[in-house]
Every structure is written in C-alpha cells, then in structure tokens.
Design a protein around this ligand. Sequence first.
Ligand code: PMP
Length: 433
Amino acid sequence: ELPEEDAAAVLDRRNRSYAPLQGHYYAAPPRIERGWKEHLIDTQGRHYLDMVNNVTVLGHGHPAIAAAAERQWRMLNTNSRFHYGAVAELSERLLRTVPDSFDTVLLVNSGTEAVDLALRLAKAFTGREDVLCVQESYHGWSLAADAVSTSTSDNPRAEETRPAWVHVLDAPNSYRGTHRGAGAGEAYARDARAMLQSLADAGTPVGTYIAEPRNGNAGGIGLPPGYLPAVYDAVRRQGGVCISDEVQVGYGRQGFYFWGYQEHGVVPDIITVAKAMGNGHPLGAVITRRQIADALASQGSFFSSSGGSTLSSRIGAAVLEVLEAEGLQENAREVGSYLRAELEALADRQPLIGAVHGLGLYLGIEFVRDRSSLEAADTETAAICNRLRELGVIVQPTGDRQNVLKVKPPLCFTRDSARFFVDTLEEVLSNGW
Ligand code: PMP
C-alpha cells in the first residue's frame, strides 16, 4: 500500500519540524520506506542500490534480527543493572574476537558514546588530559568526541574551536598528504614522535592517542605501512594508551580482517565499536582491559540506561551470529576484491578517477581533475552522485575536499550488485553527469 503523501510533502514536514542542523542526502531525496539486503525501495516502487549503509552490515530487513528483536521485546527489555543472560553472551562473544589482552566490555548506544567513554577511561587510567589525534577524522558529536574530530567537512570550525588538550597530527595520507609514496609511514611516524616529545617537554605529555585504523572519514584511505606500530610504540613509551576507533570500519567489513587494527600488527589498549554492532539498532561498545576499566571505577561510576539492555544485547549477539553463519566477512573479502579490481580497471579508462582506496567492502573512489596536481574534483563528485541516484545508485561524497565516493554497502553485497555499480559509474563517467 502506497502512503498518500508524496516525498516532497513529507520533506516539507520534516524541514519544518526537525532540526536543520542534521542534513539529509540529496536536495530532493526519494522517500525510502523499505529495504531488503543491499537494496532500498522508495514509495514509488523504485529500487536503489545502497552503497552507503555501513551500519546495516547484514543487509536491510534481516529476518533473523527482526525475529530476535521481536522475541526479546515480548519477553523482557530492561537495563543492565538487572541480571539476565544477554549481557554476558554479547560481552563474551565480543571478547572471543579480540586477543587475550582484552578482558572487559562496556556497552553503550552509539559510536559517540563509545568514543566519549574510551576517552574518559584513558584519561582516568593515565591521569593525563592531553590527547593526540589526526587530521580529517570524525569521532562523534559529544563535547569530547567532537573535540578530537578534526574533519572540516563535518565541522568547518573544527580548528578554531579545538580545546587546548587536543593535539593534531597530519592525516597520514600517502596519496596526497605531506609525505607520499614509499617511506611515508616512517616520515609520518617521525612527525608523531616529534610532537610527542615537544608536548612532554612542555609538561603536557600525551595520555591518549585516538585514530581509526583506516581513515574512514577521508574515504577509506589506508595508513601507510609501519605508521601505526611506530606511533603506538612512541605513545606507550611515554606512558600513554592507544584507542582504535573501529566505529566506521568495524566488524569484518575489510574482509581480510575482522578488526581494522589487525592489518597493522598492533593491539590497541581500547577499541571502540558501534554502527555495525546492531545492524541499525543503536548499540556501541568499548573493549578494554580490566585495569583500565577499574581506573574509571575508582574515580566515579558509569551507567547507561539502554546500553547493554536486554534487547540491545540480544540483537548484538544475533548480529555476530548471523555475520559468522552467513560468512559475511569472507563475502566482503571476495566481492570487495572483485569490486576494487573492477574499479581499478575503470580508473585505467577514466582519468577522473585518481585513486581507488580501501579494502574489502570499505572503498573510496577519489576524483581528481589532474593526476599530477591532484586537484580535487569536488563539484564533479557532487554531480556524479546526483546522476548516479537518477540511475538507481545511492552513494555519497566524503572527505575534507568532498571528492571521494565512499563505498560501504551492506556486507551481503553480491557480484551482480558490484557489476551494476561499476557499469552505472562507467556510464556516468563516459556519458556525462
Ligand atoms: N567514530 C567514527 C570513526 C565514526 O565514523 C562515527 C560516525 N560516523 C562515530 C565515531 C560516531 O558514531 P555515532 O554516529 O554512532 O555516534
């Protein structure tokens, strides 16, 4: 049954009743009220390929999650001060995915909350205020998470509003950053060591380093080899701890790895995860060591009314179960590698594609006007997105220059869908937008 109001009328109601602070995709967006696997369907019955939903990791409308949620709602949903099995089940399942050095989980409702709590834990454990983060990243909207978010596309005033306890390193981007090509990892690590030293000399030694294991916000850009181990080592030598923010790339999306930090052969002190955890149900977690959690416990308390609720925990456990049962990490590796290879072949034919970034089903297609100057093709990227939507593909630009298409579909993504995406992109690039 089709709803009576059309998309424009409902958009008008949204614009009048809902805060304009949070934008929406497209100037005249289709009204999407239904989803299935990697497909979205608007109220006119039009299908779109969903290339942006990294939250809906299992795909839209997954029946196992709907069944788990319905059953739990009918039985019980209450806060984690009560004793029920689901918290233990989800926490144990999460701990089975990480090395033995991790033994403690804290459950919250979003990535922002996970990051905020991780920063508080690190601060309590180290007794230090100062935090080191990297340029062009996003970690959330709370006061602390926003303070370490440096992305100018999310917050144009990020630099001028930054508190004194936040210190920012260059984005370790070996494609267009300060240091490029082979040796970039060591060069960026050298810069990090220099900053750590100067902060220690100034009497404000860094307590926390927070970064994504792949620069998600910038467009899935990989960290240059050797960078992360060197920075973790330098931070720890000075008594700091390292947070791996896996909210964006987390949970098998990279195909070759379940967690992003694994690519770099490091083990963080604290992991933050959310988005994929609940397949769209609000859920986040911090995974750490008991000693670090105890440091916060000795300074105050932590409680989240819905974090770790019966329902959230049950859904979180069901998502992990389905991810494994359906082999979705393997699918991300296989289909993601195929998609990446096809996009690289397309780049050989289309000079606007400067680079294909990413791994598995977390990819970034960077558009440049010139492959030497790397001038960002931002207006072209916006126009390409709009044209792709007309042709049935939902994808969005990202990064400080808004010239990277962020490709992060549900992990049930098929080769056929990959083919459709590449063919449609080729059509747009060849025939104009
Ligand atoms: N960290 C990273 C790396 C993110 O990408 C995001 C969200 N885009 C967050 C934290 C915040 O997560 P949430 O929107 O669930 O609060």
